[in-house]
Design a protein around this ligand. Structure first.
Ligand SMILES: [Zn+2]
Length: 437
């Protein structure tokens, strides 16, 4: 006998209250839960399975690029972090620092890694001696900690999971090639595996990674019109090589500094996927990433019917052997309750990439007038394509007055003649602006 003893799960409407809908969906679909630790979440099995799917797909691409997986400690001696000036300045406000170990005050504090450039390159300096040791390509899947004031599950949490790739090369050209290859792998993962459209481009000097020469990012647009930086790839130049003395002897016997890159993609990808694809009924998952692609819910009224239905299910199970199928035999729930729950968990199959691309296109506006820029940022938001002269002062004023930052200079951007949206001075490119998460 079926007991209607559990109430249907309720979530806010996406169209009516987007923030509430997002939290409701994350919690009710069983993806994550809050913890006693402020700003941190638990990845529940259904949510972790989504991350595993991303890991599996991306790990294959990373290995194809010739990078090998390794694991470095999560503690970094403070003095290592201080060696690259811009790097430590960028990360200082969000560091967690261990000062007591084994009941004693530590002689030197240990920083819980916010990212692993410094600890890795200390070792790279030891491992790299000659051009024969290059290129060196290391990737690690791990957790990192950045003390965040405002947090949101998957999008911004104090501790999060990611992969970080780190490479060293003999020439700048090779390093730049690697920066692009890593970004291409991310673009492919987002578009083909997660059905998420976005724009890849260069960050401005004030928005780039602390310590990098130049950063490339993949910027996506969320349904509330705010941008989400969904992965980054950095040209580190020789900045860290000089700070950490990572040198090699070239073929002519001369000593040279290596050229380095780093690139990362985090569990933030899950947040973007939930926000973009979901609807009023909850989660919608791209088939490639869905832990369960098809659910079969048996409906019968007596024991004769039950045996017929079970025979039939065994037949379809065989026919669906290429898919990830779940037979929902739970007796304590009614079929109606099950339909509602699986809808919330995003099981029905859908084609999603075209919809995601259309949304980005429809919410990207070319703007030449600063008043219009302000109106859009106070209203529907979205991406704005506008000329910027390159002066950080204009960038800063725009940020102060509209909360919008330069997201990137799209890789596909062509040189054009125009006037800076803020100061009216000569500008050569339309940058992508948006308010960001
Ligand atoms: Zn300007």
């Amino acid at each position: 006998m079926i007991l209607e003893k559990f109430k249907k799960k309720q979530i806010a409407k996406k169209s009516a209250d987007f923030s509430r809908w997002y939290i409701d969906t994350v919690l009710q679909a069983g993806l994550a839960d809050y913890t006693p630790v402020k700003g941190c979440i638990i990845f529940r099995p259904y949510g972790y399975a989504l991350w595993e799917s991303i890991q599996k797909e991306l790990d294959g691409k990373i290995k194809k690029m010739g990078a090998k997986n390794a694991y470095f400690p999560s503690f970094i001696p403070e003095k290592l972090l201080k060696r690259e000036k811009e790097h430590v300045e960028g990360f200082s406000p969000e560091l967690a620092v261990v000062t007591i170990g084994g009941g004693k005050k530590l002689e030197e504090p240990l920083v819980v890694r916010p990212t692993s450039e410094t600890i890795m390159y200390e070792m790279f300096a030891k491992w790299i001696q000659s051009w024969r040791d290059l290129p060196l390509k290391i990737n690690q899947w791990c957790n990192v900690v950045r003390w965040e004031k405002r947090t949101l599950p998957f999008i911004r949490t104090t501790e999060f999971l990611w992969q970080e790739g780190h490479t060293a090369h003999a020439t700048h050209k090779e390093a730049l090639d690697q920066v692009r290859k890593a970004m291409d792998a991310y673009i492919e993962l987002y578009r083909q595996h997660l059905a998420l459209h976005g724009v890849a481009g260069y960050k401005s000097a004030s928005e780039k990674f602390a310590g990098a020469e130049r950063s490339v990012s993949y910027e996506m647009l969320m349904p509330d019109g705010r941008a989400l930086q969904a992965s980054t790839s950095h040209d580190l130049g020789q900045n860290f090589a000089r700070a950490f003395e990572v040198k090699f002897q070239d073929k002519e016997g001369r000593t040279q500094y290596v050229w380095q890159t780093s690139w990362g993609l985090s569990t933030r990808a899950l947040g973007g996927m939930i926000m973009v694809h979901g609807d009023d009924n909850g989660l919608i998952l791209p088939p490639q990433v869905a832990p369960i692609q098809i659910v079969v819910i048996p409906i019968f009224s007596d024991s004769k019917g039950e045996s017929q239905v079970k025979d039939f299910i065994n037949q379809i199970k065989l026919q669906l052997s290429g898919f990830r199928v779940e037979i929902d035999n739970r007796e304590t729930y009614s079929p109606g309750w099950k339909f509602n729950e699986w809808e919330l968990k995003g099981v029905p199959l859908r084609r999603l990439y075209q919809r995601s691309r259309l949304f980005v296109q429809q919410n990207t506006r070319e703007v030449n007038d600063y008043n219009e820029f302000k109106r859009i940022m106070a209203g529907p938001r979205g991406f704005i394509r506008a000329f910027w002269c390159g002066n950080p002062e204009c960038e800063n004023k725009i940020k102060e007055e509209t909360k919008a930052t330069t997201r990137c200079l799209p890789l596909s951007a062509k040189e054009e003649k125009g006037k800076c949206i803020y100061c009216g001075e000569e500008a050569h490119h339309r940058w992508l602006f948006a308010q960001a998460y």
